[in-house]
Design a protein around this ligand. Sequence first.
Ligand code: PMP
Length: 420
Amino acid sequence: MISEDLFNEAKKFLPGGVNSPVRAYKPYPFFAERAEGSRIYDVDGNSYIDYCLAYGPLVLGHADQSIIGAVSKQLENGTAYGVPTENEIKLAKQVVRRVPCADMVRFMNSGTEATMSAIRLARAATGRKKIVKFEGSYHGAHDYVLVKSGSGAAGLPDSPGVPEDTTKNTVLAPFNDEEAVAKLIESEKDEIAAIIVEPVMGNIGCIPPKKGYLEFLRKITAENNIILIFDEVITGFRIAEGGAQEYFGVTPDLVTFGKILGGGFPMGALAGKRELMEMIAPSGNVYQAGTFNGNPVSIKAGLAMLKQLDSSFYTTMNSKGQKLRKGLEDVLENNGLNFHVAGLSSMFQIYFKEGDVLDYKDAKSADTQGFTAYFHKLLEGGIFLPPSQFECCFLSRAHSDEDLQITLENVDEALKVVKK
Ligand code: PMP
């Protein structure tokens, strides 16, 4: 069956025809057949250079041989045990070695679980209820954080079914605004358990922190005994060996991971300072559990992944990202457009607006219709981006110079259409 027919069939059995909302772009999404390296192939006979990369995990590209090899061996030895394995210790040691705030790790299955557990732990440790999150940040699909989220939920009000009793303890602040956070803390400091932040906002496009902003968050949280949580589900193992905390030189109390850490398999993790982590059951009484926690296949894939992510990997990825962003700026200029090219390391996005993008409000002023036209024109040309102005695009090791060249030529064409 072709994608269009599959989508019609899917809608009968899967809400909206998909298993996660952002995938259902109009008129219908292409259905994948297979993927390899920088390319994803659909059931209609098309291939695309992929900058969505499953929304971030595939930093080596699709179907990387080293991961396939490691996982194949594991599959033969069993796919779930429900008892501990030595590999869990090995992967935890890797995380601890790389990530400045990590003394201990709990592995789970998704970024959603990781942020939910981080917030529970912060509340338990402080005896306070409130958390601060930033407008447009996305920390997963659970109730505590589904307030003015980015990603597929950008612009939606709180989801029905989320009790007000839950979200009344979730306080919002604009990103990159020191005064707003200082004011909040001044009035509610005895009630705030944690500030949770994506150090680079990756679910409202791509918004890096202003110089000194993360340092400011670190200082004000430490002064007020508030736990600082970095949600590094995207930035973790993507922008530096030790993630954003290494990249920006700011160490939080807790960190959440997902995506890359699972080497392309389901994964989430919470890591942090020993005195906090030891509060987690069974060493402490803060409950966290999961049938598939520390799943041997995901752990093995994660080990195979991290093995390849050394400092030279990040140097290469950073320069690849720089090259592409510069190319995008040049193409925009050639078309007489002054749109903002955002990003760092292997993350990027074009905002369909002029001027800086520092927060949710700036991002939301972009021309989303223009972006959608650009997305479709690129898709026609064989380039697949995440289908929203408010997602971030990713590069992988598998993206070649030729891929980048083809992409820039297509962007040039697409922008000509958008300008009309
Ligand atoms: N935090 C961030 C920063 C994310 O980008 C995401 C997912 N895109 C999540 C949490 C949730 O992760 P998952 O989809 O694995 O539950």
